[in-house]
Design a binder for this molecule. Structure first.
Ligand SMILES: N=CN[C@@H](CCC(=O)O)C(=O)O
Ligand SMILES: [Zn+2]
Length: 387
C-alpha cells in the first residue's frame, strides 16, 4: 500500500455536491490517495503524512475528465470531407463507409496503435476515462475485433453494429438488421458493456425508430446497457426512444422539441452534448443552459471520430459549451466530469470524494474558469490515475 499526498492545491474542484457550492470547491487543499482510491480530502495545513508527496504549487486540481462518447477504433483519413463541409457540403453519414473500408483493411496491430495514440492524446489533455465504440467494422468479425481492441484501453466499450447499413448490405436491409441483432451481437456482447444505435431519420444510411428499438432491445436482452445517437441531423425519435428503453444517455441532442426536453427532465437518461460536432459540421448549437434550467441532466463529451469531430480535447469541448451553448464555466466543468460519469452510470469517477477513484487532473492555472477563458492552451495534465 503506497499513499500519495497531493498538496498545495490552490483550488480543489471536487464536484462533490455534499460540499456546498456547485463545484464543491476547497481552497488551499490537500488530498491523499492510497492504491488508486481517495482516502482523505481537507485543508493543506491539516494533511496527514504520506509515503509520497506531490506539490502542485497552487494549481487548480479537478477530477480527470470523463469522455463518455468516442469512436477511436478507425483507420483512414476524411480531412477532404471536412474541407468540403466547410464550403457547404452537408454531413449525412455517408462518409462512414469510407472509414469502414479503411478500418476493415487495417491489421490488428495497426488499429491498436491508432487507438493507443488517440487515447494518449486524450490523456495529455486531462481525460482519465474514455468510452470507445465499435461501428466501423460492420461485420461480426470486424465489430468484435474493434471491441476487443477497445477493451485493451477501457472497460467502457460500446457495440455499434447499428452505426449505418454498410454499402455491401444495402440491397437487403432486413438481413443486416437480423445480423446486428443476431450473430454480430452474439460475437460482440462478450466484449461490450453498452449497445448503441444511430437513430436518425434524416440520414438514409442510419436507422429508423422501429429498427433502433429492435437493436436496443436485442442488446438489452443480451445483457448490454443502452445508449443512443439521437436528434443529430434534425428533430427525431431518438430522445423519446432513449427514455422509453431506459438508456443511460442520448447523445448529440442538437435538435430538441419541448416534448423531448420534458421527457428527459422526467427521466434518468442523460443528455450528452457534443459541441465539437456542431463546430466541425457547422451546425447550430443546442442550448445546454436551458436544458439544465429545465431539470435535464447534461454531460459533455468529444465524440472523437473521423467524420463529425476529429478532436480528442475535453478542454475544447468545455470552451465551446461556455461560448456557444449558454453554460457557465461551472456547469460545463460539472458536465465534463460528474455529468459524463452519470452518462456511463458511474459514481466512482468524475468526482473527488473519499472512496472515489483517484483520477486527478491539474491545470497550469489558478482556477477552473481558465479552461474556457484560455481556449486552445494546453493547461490540463493528468497527475494521478487511479487505475
Ligand atoms: N453520427 C453518427 N456517428 C458519428 C459520426 C461517424 C462518422 O461520420 O464517421 C457521430 O457520432 O457523429
Ligand atoms: Zn458518435
Amino acid at each position: 500500500m503506497t499513499s500519495t499526498v497531493v498538496t498545495n492545491i490552490g483550488e480543489l474542484v471536487t464536484v462533490d455536491g455534499t460540499r456546498g457550492d456547485e463545484l464543491g470547491i476547497v481552497h488551499d487543499a490537500a488530498l491523499i490517495a492510497t492504491d488508486g482510491r481517495i482516502d482523505w480530502i481537507g485543508s493543506a495545513s491539516a494533511a496527514p503524512a504520506a509515503d509520497r508527496s506531490v506539490d502542485v504549487e497552487g494549481r487548480c486540481v479537478l477530477p480527470g475528465f470523463v469522455d463518455s462518447h468516442s469512436h477511436l477504433v478507425f483507420a483512414g483519413d476524411r480531412s477532404a470531407e471536412f474541407e468540403a463541409r466547410m464550403t457547404g457540403t452537408p454531413y449525412d453519414g455517408g462518409g462512414i463507409a469510407l472509414t469502414m473500408a479503411a478500418t476493415r483493411a487495417a491489421t490488428d496491430d495497426e488499429l491498436r496503435a491508432l487507438v493507443g495514440r488517440r487515447v494518449a492524446e486524450m490523456r495529455a489533455q486531462g481525460t482519465t476515462t474514455v468510452e470507445i465504440k465499435s461501428g466501423y467494422g460492420l461485420t461480426a468479425h470486424d465489430e468484435a475485433r474493434a471491441l476487443r481492441i477497445a477493451g485493451e484501453f477501457t472497460t467502457e466499450t460500446t457495440y455499434l453494429g447499428a452505426h449505418v447499413v454498410p454499402p455491401d448490405a444495402r440491397d437487403d436491409r432486413a438481413a443486416y438488421l437480423d445480423l446486428v441483432t443476431g450473430d454480430m451481437l452474439a460475437a460482440c456482447a462478450p466484449h461490450a458493456r453498452w449497445i448503441d444505435v444511430f437513430c436518425e431519420p434524416h440520414s438514409p444510411h442510419a436507422f429508423t425508430e422501429e429498427e433502433s428499438r429492435r437493436v436496443l432491445r436485442a442488446g438489452q436482452d443480451a445483457g448490454l446497457f443502452a445508449r443512443v445517437h439521437g436528434n443529430q441531423l434534425g428533430p427525431g425519435p431518438g430522445v423519446l426512444l432513449a427514455v422509453e428503453v431506459g438508456a443511460a444517455s442520448v447523445d448529440h441532442c442538437t435538435y430538441l422539441t419541448g416534448e423531448d426536453v420534458e421527457a428527459l427532465a422526467g427521466s434518468d437518461t442523460v443528455a450528452t452534448l457534443l459541441p465539437g460536432v456542431e463546430f466541425s459540421t457547422r451546425s447550430p448549437y443546442p442550448d445546454g443552459g436551458a436544458l439544465l434550467d429545465a431539470g435535464v441532466r447534461v454531460a459533455l463529451a468529444t465524440d472523437c471520430n473521423p467524420g463529425t469531430c476529429y478532436s480528442s480535447s475535453m478542454p475544447f469541448v468545455i470552451a465551446l459549451a461556455v461560448r456557444e451553448m449558454g453554460m457557465t464555466p461551472a456547469q460545463a466543468v460539472r458536465a465534463a466530469t460528474a455529468g459524463s460519469a452519470a452518462a456511463l452510470r458511474r459514481d466512482d469517477i468524475g468526482v473527488l470524494r473519499v472512496g472515489a477513484r483517484a483520477d486527478l487532473t491539474a491545470l497550469d492555472a489558478p482556477s477552473y474558469r481558465h479552461l474556457p477563458y484560455r481556449p486552445g492552451v494546453p493547461l490540463a495534465h493528468v497527475i494521478l490515475d487511479g487505475r
